[in-house]
Design a protein around this ligand. Structure first.
Ligand code: NAD
Ligand code: TYD
Length: 356
């Protein structure tokens, strides 16, 4: 059996492949364009493992995707590939439109052409799992009920708008062509191998480097945090037992403000890597200008996946953050390698000069 994974060299995709191959004897073809966010080093543990093949290429390349499908017929496509960073989408939306909309469209079309020619038992068994986000639902008021699956799409950033467009295409390919699709909407992930442009790894990296910890606006925006390993297990449940055409929301029931997250990370670092002068990393917290169109709150109602597929997160925020901080402390080489010249350029452009 074979899985075709797109974007498997990114944060969640690489965690998914590592977890999957730890318990399944199956081939994985990993199609990844290796953008700034894609990192073959995430999969170093699989070097020499014949079950994993990394193919550097674009989901929008129909000829390449067609060849891969013919050569390694998959039982499922798990579609992680995306441009995924809200701040980058605000500064330059074009790549988001290209990959998250045009790329998803071309992938769907290439998969459909291949799938239509399969014998019916294989057609019925095939799955296209589209990994989406809770951000497509827009922002929640402080006292509003968490997002359930039927919530209206109301995206507010170029990133979430492009993901929402991808969701609509995936839905239409089920309704119109019968392609057996599954869609998941997950809340904010954190854990090993996350690129340090997202909040949690950025706070850890800047804290250790003695740099400011930039908190947008008042820092009281709320996210529903989920440990990446729990997300990967949820996707395994959806792949194994989800019903085609259905969507599943995945969340950690861990609503926290950004400021609380930053302070918790500082407290963990104070304990695990105390500063020689005994001062707290929390002194590095710096309030900076807010993100335009910043969504105030996200929260997920993960009742459907719990009820229908028996999934629940295993980690609490306390255990997940501890594991994460420890992972970054234990992997200074991985961090040094991703903090290349291009990374520093982004940091300077986005944050400018901040007081240290
Ligand atoms: P990421 O940015 O770390 O990884 C994305 C990967 O896709 C990278 O390896 C990149 O090289 C690859 N890629 C980009 N464009 C490509 C293209 N055109 N063709 C092939 N590969 C391409 O993202 P992530 O955090 O791992 O997120 C994975 C998926 O999960 C995304 O679809 C994202 O929208 C979704 N998601 C992420 C979160 C989160 O908190 N990170 C939460 C919910 C949903
Ligand atoms: P992020 O990790 O970019 O994820 P998303 O925007 O997809 O939720 O940001 C998480 C939250 O942290 C979000 O409310 C924005 C905030 N944030 C900061 O306050 N400072 C930062 O430097 C970054 C990157 C994010």
């Amino acid at each position: 059996m074979t899985l075709l994974i797109t974007g498997g060299a990114g944060f969640i995709g690489s965690n998914f492949i590592l977890d999957h191959l730890a318990h399944a004897d199956e081939s994985v073809i990993n199609l990844d364009r290796l953008t700034y966010a894609g990192n073959a080093e995430n999969l170093a543990a699989l070097q020499g493992d014949v079950r994993h093949t990394l193919v550097c290429g674009d989901i929008a390349d129909r000829a390449l995707v067609g060849r891969l499908l013919a050569e390694y017929p998959p039982r499922a496509v798990v579609h992680f590939a995306a441009e995924s960073h809200v701040d980058r989408s605000i500064r330059g939306p074009e790549d988001f439109i290209q990959t998250n909309i045009v790329g998803t469209f071309r992938l769907l079309e290439t998969v459909r052409a291949w799938w239509s020619a399969l014998p019916s038992p294989q057609q019925r068994g095939f799955r296209f799992l589209h990994v989406s986000t809770d951000e497509v639902y827009g922002a929640l008021a402080p006292d509003a009920a968490p997002f359930a699956e039927g919530h209206q799409h109301q995206p507010n950033s170029p990133y979430s708008a492009s993901k929402a467009a991808g969701d609509h295409l995936v839905r239409a390919w089920f309704q119109t062509y019968g392609l057996p699709v599954l869609t998941t909407h997950c809340s904010n992930n954190y854990g090993p191998y996350q690129f340090p442009e997202k909040l949690i790894p950025l706070m850890i990296v800047n804290a250790l480097a003695g740099q400011p910890l930039p908190i947008y606006g008042d820092g009281l925006q709320v996210r529903d945090w989920l440990y990446v390993g729990d997300h990967c297990r949820a996707l395994e449940h959806v792949l194994a037992a989800g019903s085609p055409g259905e969507t599943y929301n995945i969340g950690g029931q861990c609503e926290q403000t950004n400021l609380r997250i930053a302070r918790t990370l500082c407290a963990l670092l104070d304990r695990l890597r105390p500063k020689p002068d005994g001062r707290s990393y929390a002194e590095q917290i710096t309030f900076v200008a807010d993100r335009p169109g910043h969504d105030r709150r996200y929260a997920i109602n993960a009742g459907k996946i719990a009820r229908e597929l028996g999934w629940k997160p295993a980690e609490t925020l306390a255990t997940g953050l501890l594991k994460t901080v420890q992972w970054y402390l234990d992997h200074p080489e991985w961090l040094a390698h991703v903090q290349t010249g291009a990374y520093r350029k982004w940091m300077n452009r986005h944050y400018g000069a901040m007081p240290t």
